[in-house]
Design a protein around this ligand. Structure first.
Ligand code: SF4
Ligand code: SF4
Ligand code: SF4
Length: 497
């Protein structure tokens, strides 16, 4: 995106405000620290700076546009998009940014359509009422704080993206918890900018996923193009996978067809059942990453290794990671590694545990963690299968308090921001449920069928199918709303969705 700016008095004013903006100044002031850290080279640093300049310029242009009238609506945003030859989703993402920077107030107006026996009640977007505050944007204190605030307020999903992009390498996320080296931090706020738990423009994410210019609300599993139940035909994968092996089969095909060079995922470390990020380099590595892991693992932190290495990347991760990647794509500031991601393969996730909590669950089940062969969550229970062939279970409600507090504010069960979402809920044992979200995901899935790598059925043909998936997805959304409302009541920080 490049803003088309005529040299007018207004245009010059926009440039002046942009040059003086906090996010530009901090990158210029900290140039040497950034280059010394070695995360980005000089050319990459300049590309990030210029892209940030471009983004800030169009953002202030939108702010100036909005200040010309007392109140603005969706029609005004469409006008701005047309005048500047940018997509409405871009304008809406900038609107969200201005709102979070406290430069404007946005009231979203919805229509409530009552339901009856046959049709569920519906909430539909009607319009915006946008009011601008009369301030000098350069003088407004920056909201771009380091993500320490997200860690400390128990809102961090543990996705690892902040670590993956920090320009001075001063962050660490481990076992679902983060810490920062205050001495090294240049307070650029880039971590805050990409973090899915600072603010997340969910309606823009949905619009981008669907490729629509309409604002819609999704109450269950998000937008999808096609839904299947499937299992792998690759013997090696079938023997070691958790359910239908579709995630591993996607990677197998992508490596085999030389479409990707690397994939980011999770594998078990030397400590039993403690996962760690893995960079898969070829299809033989896939077997290292099979199986579901319920302990939080910051897969995205490995991204920093790919700024200086050219590679087509697939990322396998849980919903919060898919949100982080899609958000970073919408607010693209030319981070080299992020621009190399070709596939977002999302897996379903109800909640995650710290390693200590997993040990506690093992203790409750009276099993040593080194004797655990497989873990699973199904039908409201946590299952542990042991190497001595025992099947142990505990109801989820008895261990719910052990799940990470930070996961309580997560609304997404099915990786709504992925290209393709894969899980077990809704399909029979030994099969995966697959939701195709984007054309990229659709093309990948159909290549698996064409190459005879999977057995595939319409999800509508299997039991329990979509109704169960939608029911559990709704439960997660309701739980998240309850926790966010509680945080609001207690005046605590919560993610702005
Ligand atoms: S949610 Fe992700 S990006 Fe945000 S602070 Fe946690 S690890 Fe970092
Ligand atoms: S921790 Fe965040 S604010 Fe600090 S340098 Fe890294 S990205 Fe910038
Ligand atoms: S519950 Fe949400 S925040 Fe927690 S690990 Fe899963 S996707 Fe991430």
């Amino acid at each position: 995106m490049s803003s088309k700016l005529k040299i007018t008095k207004e245009g010059l004013k926009d440039i002046a405000v942009t040059v003086d903006s906090y996010r530009i100044r901090v990158l210029i002031d900290a140039k040497q620290e950034i280059l010394n850290s070695g995360v980005y080279d000089e050319e990459q640093y300049h590309e990030i700076l210029f892209k940030m300049f471009d983004e800030e310029l169009i953002k202030f242009k939108l702010y100036n546009f909005l200040t010309r009238k007392k109140s603005n609506d969706f029609k005004a945003l469409t006008k701005f998009s047309n005048e500047n030859s940018i997509e409405i989703t871009k304008t809406l993402s900038l609107l969200e940014l201005l709102k979070n920077e406290n430069l404007i107030a946005v009231n979203e107006i919805y229509d409530e359509v009552e339901g009856d026996e046959n049709t569920p009640a519906l909430t539909t977007f009607k319009d915006f009422d946008i009011k601008s505050f009369d301030v000098n944007p350069s003088k407004v204190k920056s909201i771009y704080e380091p993500v320490e605030i997200i860690f400390e307020t128990h809102n961090c999903s543990g996705c690892g993206l902040c670590v993956g992009i920090c320009p001075v390498n001063c962050l660490e996320v481990y076992n679902g918890f983060g810490k920062i080296d205050e001495e090294k931090c240049i307070r650029c706020g880039l971590c805050y900018y990409v973090c899915p738990r600072s603010y997340l423009p969910v309606s823009v994410l949905n619009m981008v996923q669907e490729g629509t210019s309409e604002i819609k609300t999704y109450s269950k599993v998000g937008q999808y193009l096609e839904a299947y139940s499937a299992r792998t035909k690759i013997d090696e994968i079938a023997k070691s996978c958790q359910d239908g092996g579709i995630t591993s089969t996607c990677l197998h095909y992508l490596f085999d067809a030389k479409i990707i060079d690397i994939a980011l995922g999770a594998k078990m470390s030397k400590t039993p059942w403690r996962p760690e990020p893995i960079i898969l380099e070829n299809k033989d590595d896939i077997l290292l990453s099979t199986g579901t892991k319920y302990v939080n693992n910051p897969n995205l932190k490995s991204l920093s290794e790919f700024n200086k290495r050219k590679a087509n990347i697939a990322v396998v991760g849980v919903p919060c990671m898919m949100q982080a990647l899609l958000k970073a794509d919408i607010y693209n500031i030319n981070i080299p590694a992020l621009n190399q991601i070709k596939y977002r393969i999302g897996i379903f996730c109800m909640e995650s545990f710290s390693y200590e909590s997993l040990l506690k669950i093992c203790e409750l089940l009276n099993v040593d963690v080194s004797n655990v062969k497989k873990t699973d969550i199904n039908k409201g229970k946590f299952f542990v299968y042991t190497k001595s062939n025992d099947e142990l279970t505990i109801p989820i409600k008895e261990i719910g308090h052990l799940a990470r507090e930070d996961c309580e504010v997560c609304f997404d069960l099915t990786s709504e921001s992925a290209d393709i979402s894969i899980g077990s809920i809704g399909s029979p044992s030994g099969w995966n449920t697959v939701l195709i979200r984007t054309e990229v995901g659709k093309d990948l899935y159909h290549k698996l069928i064409e190459n005879d790598l999977i057995e595939s059925k319409e999800l509508s043909e299997v039991k329990p199918g979509l109704p169960l998936l939608e029911k559990i997805a709704k439960i997660k959304k309701n739980k998240c709303k309850k926790h966010i409302d509680k945080k609001k009541e207690e005046n605590l920080r919560f993610p702005r969705y």
